[in-house]
Design a protein around this ligand. Structure first.
Ligand code: JHZ
Ligand code: SAH
Length: 392
């Protein structure tokens, strides 16, 4: 399926850069052989991940809590008592590693986006600015030795050269060590029609079937899977060198669910495409209706995902006045492609709109709790996952 011309999802830009904005064709495909759902083309990595990267992990308090629990789970269940060494890729501003660094655990973050890596360093987290691959893995082993744990969240699905990454993991992780990473889960995307997970950074949409197939090619196996209630439904994969750890029953059970949901059937993706097209017409009809009624609609959270929705649906500043966001680097700029102004959160609070279009729907619980006054004042939410609806 093609979503048409798309800009860089996190490419929030000033007006002066409108004329030179980069676009590519966002298209997604399913491979019946390896069971992977993936982008057909992805922009060069430096265009997405660089010293002006706009996503800072620590903007959500729910996610901060989630990564504290992730770090503690790893430590309690998998780290040896004596001098463990942990490597995390895509460590961003240190949201997860800080919990291991704080208790004196030897650690290393691998984070190519220099600005977010610097925030982590300022928190005392050892971080190198590189793109992880096999070569970098060999260098880490030479300098620090092998790792007891390899961690990643919302990063594995961002890297197109996956065989180099998995080979790097094989080399880096001790024979008895553990690999744990989590990413948005294909099963949730299909079930919820959450097509806005599809954008430049997400080159892969993993399932237990596709991840098992991938790691088996490198002498490793999935030993546990743990669904996570974050980012609209994620899966945590726990992986070890083949034969080194018992495989839990959850792995086969999840694979069986994937088969029963039709994740290996092409017709499932035809239905998904129809659902996406329906979602687009429902959302644009609603927004045009509200405009005719003279209602004020403001976007809530300038997420990466919103770039797919606004560009695919043609949501321009005449339908959505501005997008409110708490990240300083995005404020005062314009959203990629459709150029909706991004304004500080304080402007949302200063003058509530009639409707808030929830681009951060994955944080709905956190945001609804925070915005009770908006609702009490008569404000309504528009959400579009799993279906387009107004919540008052
Ligand atoms: P959020 C990013 O996706 C990009 P995004 C990446 N590709 C990925 O996979 C996930 O993260 C992990 C704002 N916000 O978390 C702050 C508010 O304004 O859904 C951020 O700009 N108010 C790596 O961008 C944005 O939302 C709030 O109350 O889709 C983050 O959006 C909250 C909670 C957030 O990630
Ligand atoms: N783990 C954090 C950050 C996710 S954002 C969280 O879940 O909130 C994805 C991060 O991966 C970005 O900071 C990006 O710079 C980084 N990244 C992209 N490609 C990478 C690679 N090849 N190796 C390591 N990190 C990478």
């Amino acid at each position: 399926m093609s979503f048409g011309r798309m800009p860089i999802a996190n490419g929030f830009l000033p007006r002066e850069r409108f004329a030179n904005e980069y676009f590519f064709e966002l298209a997604v495909a399913y491979c019946p052989h390896c069971r992977m759902v993936q982008l057909v083309d992805q922009p060069d990595r430096e265009m997405m991940f660089n010293e002006t990267y706009a996503f800072f992990s620590s903007t959500s308090s729910r996610m901060a809590q989630h990564f504290k629990e992730f770090a503690e789970y790893c430590r309690a269940k998998y780290l040896p008592a004596h001098n463990p060494f942990v490597v995390e890729i895509g460590s961003n501003d240190g949201i997860m590693l800080q919990h291991l660094a704080r208790v004196g655990i030897r650690h290393l973050g691998i984070e190519p986006s220099a600005n977010v890596a610097q925030v982590a360093r300022e928190k005392g987290i050892n971080t190198i600015s590189s793109f992880f691959d096999e070569q970098v893995a060999r260098r880490i082993v030479e300098e620090h030795g092998q790792a007891d744990a390899f961690l990643g969240a919302n990063v594995m699905c961002h890297i197109p050269y996956m065989h180099s990454v998995v080979e790097g993991i094989r080399i880096l992780v001790k024979p008895g060590g553990i690999v744990m990473f989590e990413d948005p889960y294909l099963g949730d995307i299909v079930e919820k029609t959450s097509y806005d997970q599809i954008y430049d950074e997400h080159v892969f949409y993993f399932s237990v079937a596709s991840i098992s197939y991938l790691f088996e090619q490198h002498g490793m196996e999935v030993v546990d899977v743990r669904p996570q209630n974050v980012h609209g439904g994620s899966m945590r994969y726990v992986i070890a060198h083949k034969g080194m750890r018992p495989v839990t029953a959850a792995v086969a059970a999840q694979c069986a669910k994937e088969t029963s949901w039709g994740l290996a059937d092409a017709s499932t993706y035809d239905r998904l495409r129809e659902g996406i097209e329906r979602s687009r017409s429902d959302l644009t009809n609603l927004l045009k209706d509200l405009k005719r009624q003279g209602k004020r609609v403001v976007g809530y959270a300038a997420t990466s995902k919103s770039t797919t929705v606004t560009n695919y649906c043609g949501i321009t500043p005449d339908l959505v006045e501005f997008i409110s966001d708490t990240t300083p680097i995005k404020q005062g700029k314009f959203s990629p492609g459709v150029h909706i102004p991004v304004r500080p959160y304080e402007e949302f609070r200063a003058r509530y709109p009639d409707y808030a279009l929830l681009f951060g729907w994955n944080h709905a619980e956190e945001i609804f709790a925070k915005e009770q006054v908006f609702r009490a004042a008569g404000g309504k939410w528009i959400v579009y996952v799993p279906k387009v609806q107004v919540i008052s």
